[in-house]
Design a binder for this molecule. Structure first.
Ligand code: NDP
Length: 500
């Protein structure tokens, strides 16, 4: 019998109870994993165990896929109208809104991002995404294509089938909503694996999926490890498409497994090392505010964090002084603290990884201009906002994704040189340009090899998001995401052509 976890949040910002079913969610009900094993969910702020959740295995993936296939063939997919699918999604969004504070508290507890940020932005944005795709569900259609008078030719945009989805821990609810909403709107059924580090908000939403009355098997959640559940999803012969968000390293493994199994359709949202370019004529105070937000928001655990800050020589000293002063103002601490801005990194492993990058920067000759240390007690995973200067382009801290509150501030002289440096990594997820010269803004924006320009932590449900180069394949958000969840079928109807 799967367990239930109840927790009373006794904090200044939230003082209520939350209840989560901790089993796997398969075929519309919470069940134990077939191995009856569990995974400890750790509070990143304290290092203490919050609760245990059921651990899924490859066999649990099999039964989730079976449920998803049955639902696709009988109660979802082409068996139900887009309008009906939209109604289910609208209902889910409404139920999430009714539990907004509770979901936000669960997410903050599990992931460590400040409660104010999660309640004010993460959960409302996730709900908005579900509503956005609910609106699309009855507007997915093909084209009638004029060929000649003897034929009627049209296209159908059919759901692909059973979709496998794998998501990371950095923004668990947002990743969950971003993945499930377009897939369900387009008529697919789902087997999704949240990160085992942060499964709680997805499980809470599964109770609301039940309450909304979705047919059993339409959405299945199998919590488990990457090398078991993730790998089983990537290589499953009866999963038709895989949508993955995570590191470039794991993305390669997922793509390999997809190609070696049934050559399943694939989209990848991967890592980044995004440049933030600030010209002499920029409004320096605004550039400082955006640069701080770009790298330190959510502890720097954002795929498109603006981690490389290029500042033109004429304002370099002023920018660095103001950027340093502003970074020092961030209150680091308990996500439920009244004025906390920066919470803990997700885990001790991730904290060690970030500290390893900081050490590599020092070892390779860069200067720690600010921070570079752990903050508070050792088991709390907090790292001070860190600014490196005196870097060279080949350093690991300039080339590799750190996924923590670590920035490099680099002086540049001319436009062509900064474009070259900005494009000089394997990544191409995002970039920003600060200038008051409109021609310069467009010229540089167009020259940057990035999926998004000028959006540090600015995203919209309607605007595509994704990577160039090794930052990914495909797009999330907007109508672009829907294109990855349909098969296009061309129908040629012979009206009058005779074969002699
Ligand atoms: P990982 O690549 O380590 O993990 C992502 C997911 O993949 C997790 O659920 C993980 O499970 C799973 N996984 C691990 N190994 C395998 C495998 N062999 N087969 C299938 N699945 C596997 O990334 P992180 O969780 O560390 O997340 C951080 C990364 O995600 C960063 O690189 C970041 O840039 C990227 N990201 C990209 C975004 C984008 O939109 N482009 C958005 C957010 C994050 P487990 O937890 O068990 O390891």
């Amino acid at each position: 019998m799967p367990a239930t976890f109840s927790h009373h949040f006794d904090t200044p910002l939230y003082d209520e109870k939350a209840t989560i079913q901790t089993g796997l969610f398969i075929n519309g009900v919470f069940v134990d994993g077939l191995n009856h094993s569990t995974i400890d969910v750790i509070n990143p702020s304290t290092g203490k165990t919050i609760t245990q959740v059921s651990e899924g295995t490859a066999k649990d993936v099999d039964r989730a896929v079976e449920a998803a296939r049955h639902a696709f063939n009988t109660s979802w997919g082409l068996k139900v109208s887009g309008a009906t699918r939209g109604q289910f999604l609208y209902k889910l969004a409404t139920l999430m809104e009714e539990s907004l504070d509770e979901i936000a508290a669960i997410e903050s507890l599990d992931n460590g991002t400040a409660f104010g940020v999660v309640k004010g932005w993460v959960v409302p944005f996730s709900i908005g995404l579900i509503r956005y795709y609910a609106g699309w569900a009855d507007k997915i259609s093909g084209q009638v294509i004029e060929t000649d008078e003897g034929r009627l030719t049209y296209t159908r945009h059919e759901p692909i089938g059973v979709v496998g989805q794998i998501i990371p821990w950095n923004a668990p609810l947002l990743m969950f909503a971003m993945k499930i909403a377009p897939a369900l709107a387009a008529g697919n059924t789902i087997v999704i694996k949240p990160s085992e580090l942060t499964p709680l908000s997805a499980l809470r939403v599964c109770s609301l999926v039940q309450e909304a009355g979705f047919p059993p098997g339409v959405l299945n959640v199998v919590v488990g490890y990457g090398n078991t559940v993730g790998s089983a999803i990537s290589s499953h012969m009866d999963i038709d498409k895989i949508a993955f968000t995570g590191s470039t390293l794991t993305g390669r493994k997922v793509m390999e497994a997809a190609s070696k199994s049934n050559l399943k359709n694939i989209t990848l949202e991967l890592g980044g090392k995004s440049p933030n370019i600030i010209f002499n004529d920029a409004d320096v105070d605004q550039a400082v505010n955006w640069a701080c937000h770009g790298i330190f928001f959510a502890q720097g655990q954002i795929c498109f964090a603006g981690s490389r800050i290029y500042v033109q020589s004429g304002i370099y000293d002023e920018f660095l002084a103001k950027f340093t002063a502003r970074s020092k103002m961030h209150k680091i601490g308990d996500p439920f603290g009244a004025d906390s801005y920066q919470g803990p990194q997700i885990s001790s492993t991730q904290t060690e990884r970030v500290m390893g990058y900081i050490k590599s920067g020092v070892d390779q000759g860069a200067k720690v201009h600010l921070g570079g240390q752990r903050h508070g007690e050792q088991n709390g995973n907090f790292i001070t906002p860190t600014i490196f200067t005196n870097t060279t382009p080949d350093m690991k801290i300039v080339q590799e994704e750190i996924f923590g509150p670590v920035s490099v501030v680099i002086k540049f002289e001319d436009r062509q040189d900064v474009i070259r440096q900005a494009n000089d990594t394997i990544y191409g997820l995002a970039a920003a340009v600060f200038t008051q010269n409109i021609s310069q803004a467009f010229e540089v924006g167009h020259a940057l090899k990035a999926g998004t320009v000028n959006c540090y932590n600015e995203v919209s449900a309607a605007v595509p998001f994704g990577g160039f180069k090794q930052s990914g394949i495909g797009r999330e958000y907007g109508s672009y995401a829907l294109e990855h969840y349909v098969n296009v079928k061309a129908m040629h109807i012979n009206i009058g052509h005779k074969m002699e």
